[in-house]
Design a protein around this ligand. Structure first.
Ligand code: SDX
Length: 432
């Protein structure tokens, strides 16, 4: 007998019939109403396009409180992780659930380091693309192509193969991202180095050239590592939900991550950091800010303030706070007086004083500052979302692993509210 206190009752006023559904609680955050039997009980579907009120799964990886501006991975808050941890340790935490001791961290780091190289044949995939192809179009292709090379880690029912696939993806996506950048600028590919940290190695593969030594700037490497930490995972966002849905059909992990990259590309999601820079170019100067703020408020105008607003954060995005500080550190280290940052600061100031944004709780999100830092480090805007995908790979594969290890894992198959034509007979051509 279900405990009455832990149920909700739904009454269909048309028929007067009532239905009871259990309420399930997690460790922190909102409870859920278990409506898995709703269709069988009532003959109706629930309706929630955009999933504004729907939990799609149970997860222990990341907790977000949008009103308090809390983001925590396995219980550790993002501000502490950004300050005291490093990206590879956060990868371990997301994958295995606990902070590693030294032996576990050394073993994990060694495994990732020794998976950074990609099969030599993979470099030939790049030649099929135009040099000016958008880097995200290349990444969707080459990450999916990994499944053609690593057949010994595509059996999703084998825990060992799942783990190797996860390590391979965390290790190889930065290499593929760097190859994508090199290909786009016509420079030779640079192989990974095992003596560098994860972020240092990525900067090296991206910016080093064979004709001279490349010196790692520790401030930039630290900022890169922080950016990776801040983008590592974010609950059931659009691209993670895409990876879970692809994974629910038992597709191999490389194909699932490629589907996440495709979803992240959209300017409403991971493509926002690139869109922020384009927006700042479009605004042009501080004098134009008020005009564009008005455009953002005009329902008939498609212009939106990119880098503002969030489906979940209705107070502030804790990642934006860390990112803002990192942004100032990088610009100071590189002695860059980026007029775009001055424009961004003025845009932020005015927007946060404007009733429209205050009322709708539209605050700067993680993408607002990341674009400015990445531009300062030397990445072209077209590479911004590639870096987001690089960092989010660990979140995607950790969520995928959690789902595959769900004992009663089922294929995702939403229903619909059908509003098309009613059933009708075929009409032959001569009668149309
Ligand atoms: C990411 O989900 C995640 O966790 C994503 C992410 C992650 O780590 O995975 O955090 C990464 O995607 C961050 C978000 C990056 N996207 C942008 O910066 C693009 C600009 N932002 C918006 O497109 C929008 O805010 C969303 C998509 C982020 C959120 O959209 P919602 O929750 O569906 O909100 P909405 O579109 O219903 O907007 C609510 C109101 C509307 O006005 P009203 O109809 O109530 O009058 O706010 C307005 C919107 O018009 N609004 C904006 C706005 N965002 C929302 N108006 C102007 N500028 C904006 N940016």
């Amino acid at each position: 007998m279900t405990d009455k206190k832990n149920t909700v009752t739904v009454t269909d006023n048309a028929s007067g019939k009532s239905y009871e559904f259990p309420v399930l609680g997690g460790s922190i955050g909102p409870k859920v109403v278990d409506i898995r039997s709703f269709y069988a009980d009532t003959g109706m579907f629930t309706y929630d396009p955009g999933f504004t009120s729907t939990a799609s799964c149970e997860s222990g990886l990341t907790y977000i409180d949008g009103f308090e501006g809390v983001l925590a991975h396995r219980g550790y808050q993002i501000g502490e992780l950004a300050e005291k941890s490093n990206y590879l340790e956060v990868c371990y935490l997301l994958l295995y659930g606990e902070l590693p001791n030294k032996a576990a961290m050394d073993a994990f780091s060694d495994s990732i380091t020794h998976h950074t190289m990609v099969h030599e044949q993979l470099q030939y995939f790049y030649r099929g693309f135009r040099r000016d192809a958008h880097p995200m179009s290349i990444m969707v292709g080459v990450v999916g192509a990994l499944s053609a090379f690593y057949h010994d880690s595509t059996d999703i029912h084998d825990p060992k193969q799942r783990e190797i696939a996860a390590h391979r993806l965390i290790a190889k996506v930065p290499t593929l991202a760097a190859l994508t950048y090199k290909y786009s600028i016509g420079q030779p590919f640079v192989y990974p180095r095992n003596d560098l940290t994860y972020a240092e190695n990525f900067l090296y593969m991206t910016f080093a050239v064979p004709s001279e030594p490349y010196e790692i700037n520790p401030v930039i490497a630290d900022a890169m590592d922080k950016i990776f930490i801040l983008h590592a995972d974010h609950e059931q966002n659009a691209s993670t939900s895409t990876v879970r849905l692809a994974g629910s059909s038992q597709a191999n992990p490389f194909a699932c991550i490629a589907s996440g990259i495709a979803s992240l590309w959209g300017p409403a999601h991971g493509g926002a950091n690139e869109a922020v820079l384009k927006m700042l170019d479009q605004i042009g100067s501080v004098e134009n800010v008020p005009k564009f703020i008005e455009k953002a408020k005009d329902k008939d105008d498609p212009f939106r303030l990119m880098g503002f607003g969030h489906r979940v954060y209705k107070n502030y995005d804790p990642r934006a706070e860390v990112m803002r500080k990192s942004c100032h550190d990088v610009l100071k280290e590189l002695d860059i007086k980026d007029p775009k940052l001055a424009l961004a600061m003025e845009l932020e100031r005015i927007a946060l004083e404007d009733e429209y944004f205050i009322e709708r709780k539209l605050f700067p999100n993680v993408d607002f500052y990341s674009g400015i830092i990445l531009k300062a480090i030397g990445f072209p805007t077209s590479m911004f979302t590639v870096l987001f995908a690089l960092a989010r790979t660990v979140g995607w594969i950790s969520q995928w692993k959690e789902m595959i290890e769900e004992p009663k894992q089922k294929i995702g198959r939403p229903r619909q509210l059908y509003t098309g034509p009613e059933l009708r007979d075929y009409v032959s051509m001569d009668k149309r």
